[in-house]
Design a protein around this ligand. Structure first.
Ligand SMILES: Cc1cc2nc3c(=O)[nH]c(=O)nc-3n(C[C@H](O)[C@H](O)[C@H](O)COP(=O)(O)OP(=O)(O)OC[C@H]3O[C@@H](n4cnc5c(N)ncnc54)[C@H](O)[C@@H]3O)c2cc1C
Ligand code: FES
Length: 336
């Protein structure tokens, strides 16, 4: 027995066996649903169930309660319990397949007490385009990847990254005492489906947590090339003032746009901080009364993404206008 799955946007049909994930069945049939991590973490493979039911072996953490309540499912984890009709995003026509390259460390500077600016030169990727918002994988000696988002739009063979030090982290700790300018690293790029995709010129709500700033900054910089840039509300959540590692650069960047509103929000502010305090999604909910006007782009740690999604959906932001990139530890989930 198999279940029949119909995708409304494309009228594609495919079969999925009981116990099989929707994404696996779609791939077998040559239907390329958008996806990234395949572990239920990133939320990229989100589909809307129009008819039918699914179940999970384990509730995926990349699907917020509000998304599930509104009938959304994650195709990489959801197993059909009946025939389904789904609304799904098919992989974009301008999808760029990832490739492996050898990079050399071109720059290694401290942006703050725990964030490094790593600049890679990748001559063989000189002509490789990527969409601002995407990431690359640095491959460690044991073959496990470490993911980092490009912090600037394409610029020849240079790729810049903002890397937060993870205490005890095998790769990020070694940026402090092991790697030097000129060292070689194996990389895979470009990866991920997080990118600017708002063609309707709705106001943008951009939300970054910590080094989640990197892909958001790349997207903002790429918008400078466009003539039809909408109003931008950009919130950056960090712990303390010493974590605002690009505050003045961001203020300067905003001056290139009309209607650019930048708000840093500190969750553990020093006593002399006169700006916004608390969780970034709470500050946004205090400021915005009509969420339905916006397209939202969220990037940062998984708990921030989940809280922001739940809060914004509850206040009227349509689920399919939320695009997110969650900084999971994909290699660990894969190993598990
Ligand atoms: C798509 C994507 C894009 C990303 N982009 C960026 C980026 O631009 N900049 C950036 O700084 N990071 C980014 N990350 C996160 C980054 O990949 C991880 O911080 C990195 O892989 C850690 O590698 P490591 O070898 O130093 O740590 P590991 O050796 O992998 O981890 C060491 C230990 O610390 C734990 N740990 C690691 N991080 C945390 C944490 N935050 N909180 C609690 N425990 C933790 C792990 O569970 C593990 O036990 C991104 C992640 C994804 C999935
Ligand atoms: S691909 Fe399904 S959640 Fe990431």
């Amino acid at each position: 027995m198999t279940y029949k799955i119909t995708v409304t946007e494309t009228s594609d049909c495919f079969e999925v066996a009981p116990g099989e994930a929707l994404l696996d069945g779609a791939e077998r049939a040559g239907v390329s649903l958008a996806h990234d991590c395949r572990f239920g973490g990133c939320g990229t493979c989100r589909v809307r169930l129009l008819e039918g039911k699914v179940e999970y072996e384990e509730q995926p953490f990349g699907l917020s309660e509000e998304e599930a309540a509104q009938g959304y499912a994650l195709a990489c984890q959801a197993q059909p319990m009946s025939d389904l009709t789904i609304s799904a995003t098919v992989r974009a026509a301008d999808y760029i397949p990832p490739e492996y390259h050898t990079a050399r460390i071109e720059g290694l500077d401290q942006l703050s007490h725990d964030v490094t600016h790593l600049v890679l030169r990748i001559p063989s990727a000189q002509d490789v385009r990527f969409h601002p918002g995407q990431y690359l994988n640095i491959m460690l000696e044991d073959g496990t990847p470490r993911s980092f988002s490009m912090a600037s739009p394409p610029s020849g063979d240079l790729f810049d990254l903002h890397i937060r030090r993870v205490p005890g982290g095998r790769f990020t700790e070694r940026l402090y005492d092991h790697y030097r300018v000129g060292d070689a690293l194996d990389v895979e790029l470009p990866l991920g489906e997080f990118r600017y995709q708002s063609e309707e010129r709705r106001p943008l709500l951009l939300v970054a947590g910590g080094t989640g700033l990197a892909p958001i900054k790349a997207i903002i910089e790429s918008l400078r090339e466009r003539e039809d840039v909408p109003e931008i509300a950009f919130y950056w959540g960090v712990r303390g003032q010493h974590d605002l590692y690009m505050d003045s650069a961001l203020r300067e960047l905003g001056q290139g746009f009309q209607g650019f509103h930048y708000v840093p929000v500190l969750s553990q502010p020093e006593s002399d901080w006169a700006g916004r305090k608390g969780y970034v999604h709470t500050a946004i909910c205090e400021d915005i009364s009509d969420f339905s006007r916006f397209d939202a782009y969220l990037c940062g740690p998984p708990p921030m993404i989940e809280s922001a999604k739940n809060a914004f959906i509850k206040r009227g932001l349509p689920v399919d206008r939320i695009f997110s990139d969650s900084f999971n530890f994909t290699h660990e989930i894969a190993a598990a």
